[in-house]
Ligand binder design. Structure first.
Ligand SMILES: [Mg+2]
Length: 241
C-alpha cells in the first residue's frame, strides 16, 4: 500500500477511549453511589432513561453542533431529562449526577494502547499528521496535553477554535490547504461514519474507519469506508517501507 502524504486523525473514540465505548454501563456506574437518592427507582432504570434522553438529544444534527460546544450545560440537560422521565425530578440531584458522570468519564479516559506507536511509526516514515476534532477548546485541549498528543501533530484543528467542524467540507479542506496536499494523497482515520467517512470521502479523501468495538459496519451506514480497522496499529500493516 502506498504511503499517504498526510493522515488526519479524529481524537475521541479514535485515539482516546472513553468508558470503553459503553455509555449505559458508565451511567450505571455513575448512578450506583446515588442509589438511595433515586426515590426507589433502580439505578439500571435511571441509567437507561438517561441514555435514551442522550440518544434523542444527540440525534438532531443542529442540536449536536450547538450541544458539543457547550457540553457541561447540555450534559446536565440530558441528565435532568432522563431522570425526570424515570420519575425523579430533582434539579440538584441532576446536577450532582451530571458532574459525577463527567468525573467518571475523565477518570476512565485512556489512550488506545497502540495510539502513540502508530502515530510515531507514521511520522518516522515521513507521513505528516493532523488532528481534527469537534467540540470545545476547554474540553479538547486538556486531553491533548494529558495524552501527550500535541508534539505528535503538525497541525491541531479544534472545532471551536477553527470556527468550523466536521462534517463541513471546509473543515477538511482547510487542513489540505494548510499542508498543500491533495485529497487523494491524504487519509482520515476516525470512528464516526458521518464525520470521518461519508463527508471526507465525498472530497476524495481515503477513509479509514476505526471500528474500536469490532462491531462491524452497521446496515444503515451512510457510506462504505475505504478501509476498516479494529486496532490503530493495523494502519501500518502493508505499508511500503
Ligand atoms: Mg470520534
Amino acid at each position: 500500500m502506498k504511503l499517504p502524504r498526510l493522515v488526519m486523525f479524529d481524537m475521541d473514540d479514535t485515539l482516546i477511549s472513553a468508558y470503553s465505548g459503553d455509555p449505559l454501563a458508565a451511567w450505571q456506574r455513575t448512578l450506583d453511589p446515588f442509589e438511595t437518592s433515586l426515590d426507589g427507582v433502580a439505578t439500571a432504570v435511571a441509567a437507561e432513561a438517561i441514555t435514551v434522553a442522550a440518544r434523542a438529544f444527540w440525534a438532531d444534527r443542529a442540536r449536536h453542533r450547538e450541544g458539543r460546544l457547550n457540553l457541561a450545560r447540555n450534559r446536565f440537560e440530558i441528565t435532568h431529562q432522563g431522570l425526570s422521565a424515570a420519575g425523579i425530578k430533582d434539579q440538584a440531584l441532576s446536577e450532582a449526577v451530571s458532574e459525577a458522570f463527567q468525573a467518571l468519564r475523565d477518570r476512565e479516559m485512556a489512550l488506545f494502547p497502540d495510539a502513540h506507536e502508530t502515530l510515531d511509526r507514521l511520522r518516522e516514515r515521513g507521513v505528516r499528521l493532523a488532528l481534527i476534532t469537534n467540540g470545545e477548546s476547554r474540553m479538547q485541549r486538556p486531553k491533548i496535553e494529558r495524552f501527550d498528543l500535541e508534539h505528535r501533530f503538525e497541525h491541531i484543528q479544534i472545532e471551536e477554535e477553527a470556527g468550523i467542524g466536521k462534517p463541513e467540507p471546509g473543515s477538511y479542506l482547510n487542513i489540505l490547504d494548510i499542508f498543500g496536499v491533495a485529497a487523494e494523497d491524504s487519509w482520515i482515520v476516525g470512528d464516526n461514519l458521518e464525520w470521518e467517512v461519508a463527508a471526507p470521502q465525498k472530497l476524495g479523501i481515503h477513509t479509514v474507519w476505526h471500528d474500536h468495538k469490532a462491531s462491524g459496519l452497521p446496515g444503515d451506514a451512510p457510506a462504505i469506508p475505504d478501509r476498516i480497522i479494529c486496532g490503530l496499529a493495523e494502519i501500518l500493516h502493508g505499508m511500503e517501507e
